[in-house]
Design a protein around this ligand. Sequence first.
Ligand SMILES: Nc1nc2c(ncn2[C@@H]2O[C@H](COP(=O)(O)OP(=O)(O)O)[C@@H](O)[C@H]2O)c(=O)[nH]1
Ligand SMILES: [Mg+2]
Length: 362
Amino acid sequence: MFSLFRRKKKTDAPQAPSAAAPQQPALPESGDVDVQRAAGAEQELELVPSAEAARAARRGWMQRLREGLKKTGSGISRAFTSVHVDEALYEELQDALLMADAGVPATEALLQDLRERVRAAGATEPVQVRALLLDAIADMLAPLQGTLTIGLHQPTVIMATGVNGAGKTTSIGKLTKHLADAGASVLLAAADTFRAAAREQLAAWAGRNQVEIISQQGADPSAVCFDAVNAGRARGMDVVLVDTAGRLHTQKHLMAELAKIARVIGKADASAPHEVILVIDGNTGQNALAQVQAFDAAVPLTGLIVTKLDGTARGGVLCAIARWCATRSAPLPIYFIGVGEQLHDLQTFNAREFAQALLGAA
Ligand SMILES: Nc1nc2c(ncn2[C@@H]2O[C@H](COP(=O)(O)OP(=O)(O)O)[C@@H](O)[C@H]2O)c(=O)[nH]1
Ligand SMILES: [Mg+2]
């Protein structure tokens, strides 16, 4: 098991590993998560990476990602069994990308980019075209890479939103574990106040990770969040994680409620919420893009988590999201992707890794 979080190296202290710090492998530089302390906070804990363990863990992760994206990538790979680089190959690729839910604008952009790369490289073999497509996909997805930074505010208030069953509570639970392992103090807010099962599910994660939870049956979700942020401030917590109730992006009143929750959080801490993360299910394909657009319109999003990329045939939707995000005023990073229900199945997003896994490349 390895942590998603790593401490920023202190500049005013020797860089020697702390004896108390657990051996934690590091992730690649991109898409990593920084835990910093707000000014005046306690001394930083430095996590010491073990390079060997990090490489082994990352290899295991790539294998799971590759397995998870097999269905999405199989059509694309099939196009490259063709003997010649001709129009038939491009047509087959187009069909495969559309089948993978990349959507029309992203598919067209990718193929145009690919044709230019093929021309520039003078590529004549399908295997060369495949490598160039990998580059094109990685470049398209690169703006989705981003770092979730904890510790610039105390507490950092993070709202998780999304439709029912997307994986909000599970992702919050996994993040809580990673944060707690990294030494950050976490307070959970159960803002899904109406479903007892939802509160119990979050409470189970709180218990497992030995973190505190604010939960109140039948209360107004905004009121629970207000209490949680105030409690987080009073107790000097590093992070307040808010689990909101699932809602369809087409339900106007529930989307308005989400905006209200964000406003009320702002009353407890004018700079909060610091992160509004939309959790989307990788199986929902093009609908996931509609969710991103609608949630972003209700409460400006700061990041995404894409779950259930294990076994989906529709993972191409990340290209559609990247294409849409290019038109947005601010970037919208994918902080994490999930390829299963286990703790280590939630990892940071790396565009090139994703493209490699999609094309079954080593
Ligand atoms: N296969 C798979 N299942 C996941 C993943 N993330 C979450 N789940 C499962 O999806 C179901 C719904 O998750 P939950 O967190 O309750 O969704 P919520 O309604 O958005 O809070 C649960 O059974 C989770 O275990 C993932 O990355 N892969
Ligand atoms: Mg939930």
